[in-house]
Design a protein around this ligand. Structure first.
Ligand code: ADP
Ligand code: MG
Length: 239
């Protein structure tokens, strides 16, 4: 049984349908990537999974439970946690305060669990540990992305939703972010990743889906899609 199962999902903005019956699943422990051009519906898919956009039809099942109509904050409490597109770091709050915001909707059973989670985040992102009293808004783009992921981890996701974590970052920082995403997955967290940086994402994914104008047009193991000439042409910018 998949951890996350989306079946025939349709999502609209007003009268404009953005997703036309998307079916995909993520198994427990997997790193699954959604690739696709601008406007394909990647962010809309993530918003539907996190409960920010309602479905017009179709269903989402998480860990055997139908969550199609579950409120977003309840989904966070269930362990569906998103680091949103554009990071959403609180500019006027310190790094530590931003991290604490992450567990707001999914509180800790004990102080020890809280401290262990903070330790885990600081191990993954030593930079955040060094900067814990710095204001979020004064951090670099890469640091803010680390903070956004760290904040999501504070909610101890059972599935972590990452929407274009590499967007707008320098190549060296992108490498670092991807390495950390792989590390988070290797530590046991299931990840659903949205990326335009198809090369990096596919090479690190168990499986991937290709979205085109609101529909899934291809799926397969990441490395298989990476080697596919049609995918190379469309998404890997082969010179
Ligand atoms: N808030 C919105 N209102 C109306 N249309 C939207 C809105 N957000 C996205 N769309 C449309 O939905 C489609 C999918 O967008 P999106 O999911 O953001 O794509 P992606 O993340 O793959 O770039 C696009 O045609 C986009 O213009
Ligand atoms: Mg998007």
């Amino acid at each position: 049984m998949p951890l996350l199962e989306i079946t025939d999902m349709t999502v609209a903005y007003g009268r404009i349908e953005a997703l036309h019956g998307v079916t995909l699943h993520v198994d427990d422990g997997e790193l699954v990537t959604l690739i696709g051009a601008n406007g394909a519906g990647k962010t809309t898919t993530m918003r539907a999974v996190s409960g920010i956009r309602p479905l017009s039809s179709g269903s989402i099942v998480f860990d055997g439970q139908d969550i199609t109509r579950m409120k977003a904050h309840v989904r966070v409490a269930e362990g569906i946690v998103q680091a949103p597109e554009g990071r959403g770091v609180f500019a006027g709050m310190t790094v530590m305060e931003n991290l604490e915001m992450g567990c707001y909707a999914r509180t800790f059973a004990s102080r020890a669990e809280h401290d262990a989670t903070v330790d885990r985040v600081f191990e993954l992102f030593p930079r955040l540990a060094e900067r814990r009293t710095q204001l979020g808004g004064t951090m670099s783009g890469g640091e803010q992305q680390m903070l956004a992921i760290g904040r999501a981890l504070m909610a101890r996701p059972r599935v972590l939703l990452l929407d274009e974590p590499s967007m707008g970052l320098a190549p060296m920082i992108i490498q670092q972010i991807f390495r950390i995403v792989s590390e988070i997955n290797a530590q046991g967290t299931t990840v659903l990743l949205v990326e335009q940086n198809a090369q990096q994402a596919l090479s690190r994914s168990d499986r991937a889906y290709v979205l085109e104008t609101g529909s899934v047009v291809r799926t397969g193991p990441g490395k298989e899609l990476l080697a596919d000439p049609a995918i190379k042409d469309a998404y890997l910018g082969v010179a």
